[in-house]
Structures are given as C-alpha cells and as structure tokens.
Design a protein. Sequence first.
Length: 106
Amino acid sequence: MKDDMVDFLNLKRLPARLTTPQTAMLLGFPEHDIPVIVRANLLKPLGNPVPNATKYFAASEIEGVAKDRVWLTKATKAIYGHWAQQNLTRKSLTPAAESNRLSSLN
C-alpha cells in the first residue's frame, strides 16, 4: 500500500469533503470506478460540479455506504455491468469479432 494511502486511512478524523481518490480508497474501489458509481446514481458529489471539475463527496455519506452491504452490492453490480457493456462494445467494433460472429451463423 502506498504511504499516502496508509497515512490517510490512519487519520483519527477524516476531512468533511473527500476527493475522488480518497473516496475510492475508503470504499475499496479503483479510482476509475467512482464515476461509474456516480453515473449509476449511487453516489452524489457535493454541490453541482461541472463535468471537468474536481468532485468532492461527504465523508459522512462515504463512511455510511462503506458499511452498507446492500449498497456495496449495488455499486459492484453497476461496475460489472459497465465493464461488461464496454467489453461488448469493444468486441463488436473489431473486424475479427464480426467475421467470427458471421461464420458461426453459417
């Protein structure tokens, strides 16, 4: 584990606002999955940030959902669904996959 991650996780009190990397660290998800969870309406950033702005999350909310098995299951399913769709899209765009699909139909 990186030293900064260990230091952050060992804080006696979390800051009220957490950045995306801090949120990911506390939830145990990779940082790139946090936007997927936000798009699935399972997390809401503070305020109404524009798409390219730094997103902040309420530490109290993050601590709450981190202890909620039902929420964690929903978030995990949303991530699985997102990456399954991404992989399906990538496969459908490759010429080799298309020719394999057509040859299997004959």
